[in-house]
Each structure stands twice: as C-alpha cells, then as structure tokens.
Design a protein around this ligand. Structure first.
Ligand code: NAD
Ligand code: G3P
Length: 324
C-alpha cells in the first residue's frame, strides 16, 4: 500500500516516518518550500520536527499533484485547512485517513464531514489517540484508534501502519474517534489554565473528569459510542494532553492562566493549537445539540479575554448537581 501524507507539520512528518519503516517509499506534501528542502536534502524537518533523523525513503514535494496514484492518503493539515487542501488534491477514490483534530469554523463540520464534502468518492478512516509527534517519530511505544466503517480497509490500513512500537486499535466508530480528539484540545487549554493560575492538582483532576463528562455528553448527542470516548482517542488523549507542557494546547492554557492575552500567545507562532480554533465552534455545536459544556464555554471566554479569577468563580458557583 503506497502511502502519501498531506501536511508537513510535526504530526504529518512523524506519520510519514511511521509509514516509511522498513524503507517503504512515502510521499509527503508540505506547504513550505523550506520543509520540502529540509526533508529532501537533510532528511530532517528542521521547521516542525527538529532533531529527528527521517527515513531517506520519505520524499517531500510541494506539489499536491504528486499525491496522485497512491493507495492511501494520510490527511494531516490543521482542521481549518483540510477542506482547501483536499479540494486541490487529486483524491478520486483513494482512501483518506484523517489525522487532524478539530471542527471546521463556520460549518461546524467534523473533519470527516469536511472530507466527504471535499472528496466525495473517497472512503474515510480516522487515526487518533495520545500521540506526541516527537515520541512517535523517535519510535517510542504508542497506541492509537484507527476507525473506519469498512472492516476490510480498516484491517489493511492497520496492517500497513502497525509496528511493535505503533499499535492501531480497530474501531468502527468514526464519529466517536473524531469527537474525542477535537474536544480534548479545548479541555487541555482549560487544564493549562489551572496550571498557569496555580489552582492545584486536585482542580486539574476534577477538570479532567468533568471535562470528560462534557466530551461524553456531546459525543453521545452526536452519535458516538461511549466505549470510543473512554478509549485511546478520547480519554487516553485527554489524559496525555492535560498533563504536559509538550502539548501546545496545554501550554496555551498555561499562558492564559498566567494572565497573558490569547492574541499575544498565538501571534507569530508557526505551530497550531487546535483547541483555540475548535473552542468557539464547539460552543456553537453544543448549543445547537442542547448539550451543557461549561468548561468549553469558560475556555471560549478566556480566549476572548475574560479574567481568569472571574471565570473560575463562575464555574465554582454553579449549582450542586448529581455526578451522572
Ligand atoms: N503535533 C502532534 O503531536 C500531533 C499529534 C496528533 C495530531 N495532531 C494534529 O495534526 C494536525 C496537524 O498538526 P501538526 O502538529 O502536524 O502541525 P504543526 O503545528 O507542526 O505545523 C503547522 C502546520 O500547519 C500547516 N498550515 C499552516 N497554514 C496552512 C494553510 N493555510 N493551509 C494548509 N496548511 C497550513 C503548516 O504547513 C504545518 O504543516 C492538527 O490537527 C493536530 O491537532 C498533532
Ligand atoms: O500539542 P497538542 O496539544 O496539539 O497535542 C498533540 C496531540 O494531539 C496529542 O495527542
């Protein structure tokens, strides 16, 4: 199965490395000419994944047309750019493995819905889970959810990408796998705020648990299965991203918790903190679905400049209620 990768950020590069194990040829499309040059000339992505020696069977290109004729394409552009990139890619009936985590602003579509609209002939799979790109690229043990409704395609993709250190767990729940990854980014910002504001480890654990309750309510309303939400792509990724400054979303939250403005924290960065884009559209989607998501609403307010103490007081003043 010849693999192409759309997106030369940290995660696209790490996944190209996964797909290239054993010297298998992989084509990686990157938007930045310096990324293409760095990968082809130095076998390193010095812009987005510095310090990792990449397989020389990865060939980078700046032309989306070079992805024609592959057997599967891993889609690893940030969620807000998936539509425009897929519209410019010769996808046809090539299976798409969606690896971005987010919800499209404006349309409130999950990335899978965006992909179906932009590439209507392509079968869809979702790869998601607790996966810091540096660890995956370094071959450290990692497990992911690989969701696809077509069991045969799911098995072929899993067999192609699996190695002893990279274990895909099969699922038929595409929506569930997507929702876990999208929502956890917003909750990671909230946990970062707790850290930045010095509110303590009890508060962070409470936020992870109550955030997971929000993810579950929203996921079930959108047709996800609770087992998926409690698995690698949901709870697993939530725990990872809510506990480390290696997470861009958590780090953004730390800055907000220290009283810095979102605009300042997001200015000039080349890497993506998906939760900042997902939070407002998730708030809209939750309202549309009639789902209460107070932590998500708090993150939106903080991104819009609300005072941290006032938001914490508001959350703590909510009426007492049953846990389930
Ligand atoms: N980094 C990780 O550890 C990791 C792990 C799992 C999933 N993800 C997800 O993968 C997706 C990509 O993240 P990343 O970490 O690889 O990116 P990154 O932060 O390393 O790099 C930013 C990426 O955004 C791209 N970009 C910027 N503007 C663009 C535009 N107008 N059109 C198309 N692309 C544009 C850049 O080319 C680059 O590939 C995100 O949805 C992220 O949540 C990341
Ligand atoms: O750095 P973050 O917060 O985008 O998290 C990266 C991955 O999604 C972790 O699974």
């Amino acid at each position: 199965m010849r693999i192409g990768v759309i997106g030369g950020g940290a995660w696209g590069t790490a996944l190209a490395q996964v797909a290239a194990r054993g010297g298998q040829p992989v084509t990686l499309w990157a938007r930045e000419s310096e990324v293409v040059a760095s990968i082809n000339d130095a076998h390193e992505n010095a812009v987005f994944l510095k310090g990792v020696a990449l397989s020389d069977s990865i060939r980078a290109t700046g032309r989306l047309d070079d992805l024609a004729g592959h057997d599967a394409l891993l889609v690893v552009a940030p969620a807000q750019h998936v539509r425009s990139v897929l519209m410019a890619t010769p996808v046809g009936a090539t299976p798409l493995v969606l690896c971005a985590k987010g919800i499209e602003a404006g349309t409130r579509m999950l990335v899978g819905e965006v992909a179906r609209a932009a590439a209507p002939g392509a079968p869809i799979a979702v790869l998601s889970g607790p996966t810091f790109a540096h660890e995956v690229a370094a071959g450290q043990p990692t497990a992911v959810t690989l969701a696809c409704e077509d069991a045969d395609l799911r098995t072929r993709l899993a067999d192609r990408l699996a190695s002893p250190a990279f274990r895909p767990y099969a699922s038929g729940d595409v929506v569930g796998a997507e929702i876990g990854g999208a929502v956890k980014n917003v909750l990671a910002i909230a946990c970062g705020v707790v850290e930045g504001a010095g509110l303590g480890l009890n508060a962070r654990a409470a936020l992870i648990a109550r955030g997971f309750a929000e993810m579950t309510r929203f996921g079930l309303a959108k047709g996800a299965r609770s087992e998926t939400l409690a698995g690698l792509s949901g709870l697993g990724d939530l725990v990872l991203t809510c506990s480390s400054t290696n997470s861009r979303n958590f780090s953004l939250g730390v800055g907000l918790g220290q009283g810095r403005a979102a605009a300042e924290l997001l200015a000039d960065r080349r890497t993506v903190a998906e939760g900042a884009h997902t939070a407002p559209v998730l708030r809209e989607a939750a309202a549309e679905a009639g789902v209460d998501m107070p932590v998500v609403a708090a993150v939106c307010d903080l991104l819009e400049g609300a005072d941290v103490r006032a938001i914490v007081e508001r959350l703590l003043a909510r009426p007492l209620r049953a846990e389930v």
